[in-house]
Write a protein that binds this ligand. Structure first.
Ligand code: SF4
Length: 221
């Protein structure tokens, strides 16, 4: 069997609902969604932050921002990030975990006081770390494996993840340690094994179903 590649969105979808994963990736049910203004706003900000971190002049781009986007930009410019040492932004990675390939991209990586910090910008109206638990596991595990393989860090404690919520101008800091490393690795490998077994994609109806884009195609509703 060829080596398989797993993205964050693929694994996250299975973690959220195995049936949703099946409808999307196996049955390939195609759902056309209306354009989402808030995700467009997020993309604009992410792009400008990325260009700025890479040293490009973004003055002209800033002129095209809405008043709300300008506030997010202001919160970015005045955040603690200015005290950290820039390492990379929009950093794409591939790494082998056991016999599987994991692929993804983080918003940015910084160094501070000898430790490394993954930064994830949040630009939506409401952010809760509870809603991104799988993303947290995936980013910390993958970036740790990459930095450790390059001898840049030795222990999980040297890495953390900061969710920088530009809308509320606040930061959620997630620490990492040996226990989390084992837990996250097991969690990701368990999901991959379940996907590969392909035996059951059952999912109980939850409160999230009403916002699921596969609602009309779901056999469990
Ligand atoms: S409607 Fe609910 S059970 Fe069905 S695919 Fe979506 S999240 Fe899963």
């Amino acid at each position: 069997m060829p080596t398989q590649t797993y993205t964050l969105s693929k694994l996250q979808m299975y973690d959220e609902c195995p049936q949703k994963y099946k409808l999307c990736y196996i049955d390939k049910v195609h759902i056309i969604e209306p354009p989402n203004n808030s995700s467009q706003k997020g993309n604009n900000l992410h792009n400008i932050i990325n260009y700025s971190l890479k040293g490009m002049d973004v003055t002209k781009l800033l002129g095209a921002l809405t008043a709300q986007e300008k506030l997010l930009w202001h919160n970015f410019k005045t955040s603690d990030i200015k005290n950290y040492k820039y390492v990379a932004s929009e950093y794409s990675f591939n790494l082998k975990l056991d016999e599987y390939w994991l692929t993804g991209r983080i918003d940015a990586l910084f160094e501070y006081d000898g430790n490394f910090i993954i930064i994830d910008w949040k630009t939506g109206e409401y952010f809760s770390p509870e809603n991104v638990k799988f993303q947290t596991s995936f980013y910390l595990l993958c970036i740790y494996e990459i930095l450790k393989a390059k001898n840049i860090i030795k222990t999980p404690e040297e890495l953390s993840l900061h969710y920088v919520d530009l809308a509320s101008n606040s930061v959620v800091k997630i620490k990492f340690d040996d226990f989390s490393y084992t837990q996250y690795k097991n969690q990701i490998l368990t999901i991959i094994n379940k996907i590969n077994e392909g035996k059951s994609f059952f999912c109980n109806k939850t409160a999230k179903c009403k916002n699921c884009r596969y609602y009309r195609a779901c056999p469990y509703l």
